[in-house]
Ligand binder design. Structure first.
Ligand code: GLN
Length: 239
């Protein structure tokens, strides 16, 4: 029997747009290629939170979707903070990235409180930031994706960005930061989906989960020709 990795998709019903589901598929498939047995778990509002979770992945959503999951997310706050504290790797995109922060205050002044895992705040901006985006990250090199958000996110004390914007808006279109990093948790605005085009991040999530659970990770060499090709083409796209 292959060693199991429990992959939790957080709020797939309400927070899952612009191809974010592809992040789950990518982690599942690459975990298999690396010799593990991925088990997909889904968590929607009101469900029992699974006891054993090795990787958490969450996506983006409309403001209305964020409203829908907010009360449940706040209930799950202690569990999620504890998992983060114990180095569980997580990836949250856009709408959930915002709600892993302190709050998202929409343009009409409505505040959606987050769980404060990231010390960040998000304010609904005057225009949507839409388009292809390229960032440079110290850990992963060039990260390529697609953004579509009105919220402008500002990092507060103690939070590192995921990277620096080369092309696109990123967190807020002003300070050139994109995303956030705390423990083994990555927050980012990059849809696309993110992971098929950036397999280094998928492998990082798997490596963190495996070393935490099994002590040692021996990666398989994966033929990433298609990912490389997709990256090349995405880089030539206009905004
Ligand atoms: N509703 C949020 C915003 O517009 C998040 C959007 C998203 O997840 N794509 O900023």
């Amino acid at each position: 029997m292959k060693p199991v990795l429990n992959i939790l998709h957080l709020y797939p019903r309400d927070m899952n747009i612009y191809g974010d589901w592809g992040n789950v598929l990518t982690v599942m498939r690459r975990a298999q290629w690396h010799g593990y047995e991925p088990v997909l778990l889904e968590y929607n509002p009101g469900d029992a939170f699974p006891e054993h979770v090795d990787i958490i992945i969450g996506g983006g959503g409309q403001d209305a979707g964020q409203d829908k999951i907010q009360a449940d997310l706040l209930k799950m706050k202690p569990r999620l903070l504890e998992l983060a504290q114990y180095d569980t790797p997580m990836l949250v995109i856009c709408g959930l990235y915002q709600l892993f922060g302190n709050f998202f205050r929409t343009k009409d002044g409505h505040e959606i409180t987050g769980i404060g895992l990231f010390n960040i705040e998000t304010h609904g901006g005057p225009e949507r930031m839409i388009g292809n985006i390229v960032i440079d990250s110290p850990e992963f090199g060039q990260i390529i994706g697609y953004e579509n958000h009105s919220g402008q996110t500002f990092l507060q004390e103690g939070v590192q960005p995921l990277g620096k914007v080369i092309k696109g808006a990123g967190n807020n279109g002003q300070d050139e930061f994109e995303g956030a990093r705390v423990h083994n948790v990555i927050g980012s605005y990059l849809h696309g989906s993110l992971l098929p085009k950036n397999p280094a991040i998928a492998d990082w999530l798997i490596e963190k989960a495996v070393t935490k659970k099994y002590g040692e990770f021996t990666p398989t060499v994966i033929d990433d020709r298609f990912a490389q090709e997709a990256r090349k083409i995405a880089l030539t796209r206009p905004r």
